[in-house]
Write a protein that binds this ligand. Sequence first.
Ligand code: NAD
Length: 508
Amino acid sequence: MAIELPIFEVKDIVGVVGAGTMGMSIAEVAAAAGHPVLLYDAKEGAASAALEQASMRMDRRVTRGRISSDERDAILARITVMYSLRDLEPCRLVIEAVVENLAIKQGLFQSLERLCGDSAILASNTSSLSITAIGAALKNPERLLGLHFFNPATVMRLVEVVSGLRTAPEVAASLHGLMNAWGKSPVFARSQPGFIVNRVARPFYAEALNLLQEGAAGVETMDAIYRDCGGFPMGPFELMDLIGLDVNFAVTNSVFESYFGDSRYRPSVLQKEMVDAGRMGRKSGEGFYVYASERKPPSARQMAPKPAPLSVRVVGDLGPASALLDLARESGLDMRQAEGSGYLVVDGVYLALSDGRSATTRAAEEGQSPLVLFDLALDYRKTPRIALTTVNGQADALARAAGFFQALGKSVSEVADLPGMLVMRSVCLLVNEAAMAVAHQLCSAVDLDTAMKLGVNYPLGPLEWGERIDLQRVANVVRNIHAAYGDDRYRLTPLLAGHALAGRKFTE
Ligand code: NAD
């Protein structure tokens, strides 16, 4: 059924059902944008209690000078607690943030559809249920969509505007506009498992867990490498501890099951064991770290100072690591240039950026010995740390490579010799997943990058990051990791392979 583009004005009443963590903050966002808000929760007293707590939070913001007392008063004055779902009848838009249960959400929307009439738009804040499946219970599924806010909705700018199979494009377009008017940064997504952020971020957790299981390094060293070299605001282990290992594990399971067991999303046995043991992260006092006030958090391991190199030969183009050459010159190192396939020779040691093969495999295949590999950094000039690995038993070569990076002012962390190292492996697999999401027409490349930057604070969107590394290099890394494990979870996305071959960009 064709429907007219719904136009919203600030006088339009917005209903919010469920006054928990998300519902209350969504109500605040709508009220801050100027709408009268009707807040309802099925649990007696829950909505009033939530409003009381929100008022106290706003008082603290007034004290800190973040908002004026007039703004606080105006926001609070616009929110009215309702004691029956029937009271939501005058709403033009109702956003639901109740328990994550398909039957409950379907029942709720059936009631809302009856109450609010044919012109109201109904939105679900579900993080994992299919909008298509929720809509299947409705008379007018074209008026239902997902508005996936992130926690806390008052702070996080991202909103995924999710269309089910029968959501009218006009409804999605209108709500995208409304979210902009509310000061948010909306992105369009189709209702596919995990939507954008919860799906594309899976390799960030999965690869860290897989690498930990294979003994890459300790969690504190790995987190430091992801933060310092990768530019991620938090390492994967501290982030999983913050999210809650049970919650993170449940999201992975949900995406895995929704894709009928596709190995790309296979959950981690190591993570399951932690959940089974009750090590949920911060909330249980122990996860990958122990949260006891008297315990000093462990620090990342780094190598002791080694002598600076006597000679450095640059063979060919170092690609994304080219900034190392300028740094080395500025540090006064004697650099000589030669033609070749892109590596350094530091006092007789071959030094190369990881290409997805382990040092052991690469040394055997290319005959470069002794060989030390270094990991990807977001910005080689700024990174305070570099991760190195080498063929087992080549401690002397590792020391000479470490001396080179230390002469550039970097601290050096050694990791085990595993395919793709840490940052290169994780980033390339994020790019691979992002390319698959675009291939599945989940969303546009630009929206995907925006979602990952705003939803999980990645320093770059995966697709622009991949282009910065060079898509051919990324595809090669993924192929090499796939070859090393023979596991289909690492299969290269055909769209990425095609873009790499054709020299095409995702973000153009
Ligand atoms: P919550 O448990 O904090 O709050 C849910 C509220 O809904 C409770 O107050 C409960 O009393 C009420 N409720 C339950 N059934 C109801 C019904 N039939 N009618 C009216 N009220 C009812 O949950 P939350 O964390 O705010 O999550 C709500 C929704 O938002 C879920 O779908 C969740 O997947 C999604 N979500 C959560 C987050 C997050 O980080 N917490 C982020 C994005 C999306």
